[in-house]
Design a protein around this ligand. Structure first.
Ligand SMILES: Cc1cc2nc3c(=O)[nH]c(=O)nc-3n(C[C@H](O)[C@H](O)[C@H](O)COP(=O)(O)OP(=O)(O)OC[C@H]3O[C@@H](n4cnc5c(N)ncnc54)[C@H](O)[C@@H]3O)c2cc1C
Length: 463
């Protein structure tokens, strides 16, 4: 009897579940039929959407927050005219960047490192000013080493047989390769790098600090002319708004194994549940299991994606700090290996082009709350005020961003076992494509890679 009840319940549950993918169970306006479903509206998703729009393809973007842009975030105060980029700051000055900004009517200007202010160094943990310290710059031996492994710029090209030395931690690698102390230290200085840099592999350091990053920091970088890097995303949203579901997420999926099956997705949206029928699915959100588990993963997909995890990184904007304009207050370890700053803590408090406003970046191995981060940042500012003889004022926190999960990667042992090749092998599998930051770190490279893979994705939708 019990067994019969179980089978009846299971059959009912299966019917209820398959019902979710049946268009006749929805009002006509709640069924969205498109060529492509794009999940995530950050750098990758927005670039894909605009490119598809320009090729007269149909699509829906499903974005969990109330805006497009992802890691690109600009604090704007219409009353004061302040505009401060707190996430993405700059891009390489290459055609894919210039074309995208032009397409979205957002003017560019050359980026100068001094845009962040002139660096002054402190150990924020020990509360010491390091007046004699100067940050080293990358030397020729770093560049030579990077060039020796040309696949490091884009891990799509990583061989399955990964050179073992690249899986050493950066300090181990630097010691083994006799890197100059300047390069060994500067390799750990790439901006907005989450986690403990001393634990990062050489592979991760070079993938982040690659030829694009080097070019950007040696003069070939651009930024929004009005310090409004989010303008491209705001303009994209204004143009595409009827094709974008904000504050929405996917709660169930059916993905066929043949191209003619396409995909069916159930989305929770502010205007109720929608059924999305698409020929191809484009994943442009971080595909960590917490996000990807709603996409009916099979065993093969689950075994690959379950290895991914991201790190924690935070940022914010404040004014009324009492700090000196034009200075980038930079955290450095006084006596730590390679002068790495202690964690958790403020990485940098940098000036902006809007008078009185500073943005800060904050790094922590473990997750922290906004309250904890703002309290720690306030305490650092109070110490800087006393250290510099500035007036003791209370900083006002104006904006906050949590960029976790950031810098996704599998464990080192899985990299050694060909994880990147397996991940690449998922492209197109069960009508699903992955374009978010996995193989490359910066938005410039994400746009390049998305542009390169889109013809294949479009071709898959032809069947
Ligand atoms: C502080 C900081 C500074 C940076 N500076 C630069 C820089 O100067 N230059 C540069 O090139 N790069 C920079 N980067 C890196 C850059 O941000 C990333 O390369 C890029 O944003 C990654 O693009 P993405 O589309 O993969 O991810 P994101 O931009 O993070 O977009 C992912 C999107 O998916 C959405 N999402 C997440 N989960 C779901 C879900 N379940 N359902 C639907 N949507 C979901 C998110 O809300 C987000 O909008 C910086 C990053 C940080 C954190």
């Amino acid at each position: 009897m019990l067994t019969t009840c179980f089978f009846v319940a299971a059959a009912l549950a299966a019917r209820v579940h398959s019902h979710r993918f049946d268009p006749s169970a929805y009002a006509a306006e709640d069924v969205i039929e498109r060529d492509f479903a794009i999940i995530g509206g950050g750098a990758a998703g927005t670039y894909a959407a605009i490119s598809l729009a320009d090729q007269n393809k149909t699509f829906t973007v499903v974005e969990v927050t109330d805006r497009l842009g992802g890691h690109t975030r600009t604090f704007r105060d219409e009353a004061t005219g302040a505009s401060i980029d707190i996430g993405v700051q700059l891009h390489e000055n290459i055609p894919v960047v210039r074309d995208f900004f032009k397409r979205l009517n957002s003017p560019l200007a050359p980026f100068q490192p001094a845009d962040f202010g002139n660096p002054k160094y402190y150990d924020f943990t020990k509360k010491v000013a390091l007046t004699n310290y100067t940050r080293p710059t990358i030397e020729g031996d770093y560049v030579a080493m990077l060039s020796k492994y040309p696949f490091l710029d884009d891990l799509n090209n990583l061989p399955d047989n990964v050179p073992k030395e690249l899986l050493l931690t950066w300090p181990e690698f630097a010691a083994k390769q006799n890197l100059s102390s300047g390069s060994a230290e500067a390799g750990l200085w790439w901006p907005a790098t989450p986690g403990n840099p001393l634990d990062a592999t050489a592979l991760a350091i070079f993938n982040d600090g690659n030829h694009v990053e080097l070019a950007e920091y040696t003069g070939a970088a651009v930024r929004s002319a009005t310090h409004y890097n989010s303008q491209i995303y705001d303009n994209a949203l204004a143009e595409l708004k009827e094709h974008v579901l904000l504050k929405s997420s996917i709660i169930a999926a059916q993905r066929g194994s043949s191209r003619k099956d396409g995909v069916r997705l159930v989305a929770n949206t502010p205007s109720g549940r929608k059924l999305i029928k698409a020929k191809q699915l484009i994943i442009a959100m971080p595909p960590v299991l917490d996000n990807a588990k709603y996409f009916a993963l099979d065993q093969k997909e689950r075994s690959i994606l379950s290895k991914l995890s991201g790190k924690h990184y935070y940022a914010g904007v404040m004014n009324n700090t009492g700090l000196e304009a034009g200075v980038a207050y930079t955290n450095v370890g006084q006596n730590t290996p390679h002068h790495v700053a202690s964690l958790p803590g403020v990485v940098e408090i940098a000036g902006s082009a809007s008078p009185g406003y500073f943005f800060y970046w904050y790094n922590s191995v473990d997750p922290q709350t906004q309250e904890e981060i703002e309290e720690a940042t306030r305490s650092t500012i109070k110490w800087l005020q006393s250290e510099s003889g500035a007036k003791a004022v209370e900083p006002t926190f104006q904006d906050f961003a949590d960029y976790s999960p950031f810098h996704l990667s599998p464990p080192t042992s899985d990299i050694a076992n060909g994880w990147y090749g397996k991940m690449k092998g998922l492209q197109g599998y069960r009508n699903t494509w992955y374009i978010s930051s996995l193989f490359v770190v910066g938005s410039t490279q994400i746009w390049n890679n998305t542009r390169n893979i889109l013809p294949e994705i479009i071709d898959a939708a032809r069947c």
